[in-house]
Design a protein around this ligand. Structure first.
Ligand SMILES: C[S@@+](CC[C@H](N)C(=O)[O-])C[C@H]1O[C@@H](n2cnc3c(N)ncnc32)[C@H](O)[C@@H]1O
Length: 231
């Protein structure tokens, strides 16, 4: 992967960035996503935010070598603090981190959100708490994708501020749009997770040490939801 050939995962994220967007890519690491989108003429400008020094320098290098430094600004900053009001950001991508980390970045950076930005989020696990945050903060999920690359399942969640929407507990767990679409990749993912949960429950039943009842109940409830989903 480089700034010309993105991974399939980042390629699908790129597909959700609107033409002409002013993008903030938070946790940009190498900076491949904003540079690829700028090279393709998709975006008007970008901010690449990074909290850690080594990836920050890596993003700086990618941007400098691409000759895009006038349109892409690389900033060393924690989460949405990379965004300044004059950037006029219209889309934010936060990819390749746990869903809880993405949620925390959004929650602690609320002051940097105008509410007009499209959020393009690619959590590695922790999708349920992330969807919960979106619902609690007035975001509607516009699109959800699931793809498998290098034996990992990746989800992409695209959301915008809209009239309040209420998702059920199951919708927050599985993804409201994915539940409707029931794609082959989605069903295969949940078959794999169900097998894993059933193994965990069998293991707990045999374990000598007591497992907290609440944890047991939570896993049993999730296994029931998945069984119903796949029925
Ligand atoms: C696994 S990389 C993902 C890089 C790229 N977004 C992608 O999807 O390929 C996660 C990056 O997020 C950065 N990161 C984690 N927490 C962050 C935060 N609060 N603010 C900015 N960057 C953060 C890490 O330093 C790391 O470079």
């Amino acid at each position: 992967m480089n700034e010309q050939t993105l991974s399939m995962r980042l390629e699908r994220v790129a597909a959700h960035v609107p033409a002409g967007a002013r993008l903030a890519d938070i946790g940009s690491d190498h900076g491949y996503l904003p540079v690829a989108l700028m090279r393709r003429g998709v975006i008007a400008s970008a901010v690449a935010g990074e909290v850690a020094l080594t990836p920050f320098h890596s993003a700086e290098r990618t941007v400098r070598e691409s000759g895009q430094d006038l349109r892409i600004t690389v900033r060393l900053a924690n989460g949405l603090a990379a965004i300044e009001p004059e950037d006029g950001i219209t889309a934010i991508s936060i990819c390749g981190m746990g869903g809880e980390t993405i949620r925390d970045i959004l929650d602690s950076g609320k002051a940097h959100l105008s509410g007009q930005e499209r959020l393009i989020l690619q959590p590695n696990g922790g999708e349920q708490p992330l969807r919960q945050w979106l619902m609690d903060n007035g975001y509607r999920i516009l699109c959800e994708e699931l793809l498998r690359e290098n034996r990992f399942d990746y989800e992409i969640i695209v959301a915008e501020r809209a009239a309040p929407v209420l998702y059920t507990a199951e919708e927050l767990y599985f993804g409201p749009l994915q539940m409707q679409a029931r794609s082959p990749a989605f069903l295969l993912k949940w078959q794999r997770i169900l097998r894993h949960k059933q193994q965990t429950l069998t293991h707990f039943a045999r374990a000598r040490q007591a497992v907290p009842e609440a944890k047991l109940q939570e896993i049993a409830r999730q296994a029931r939801w998945i069984t119903e989903l796949l029925a």
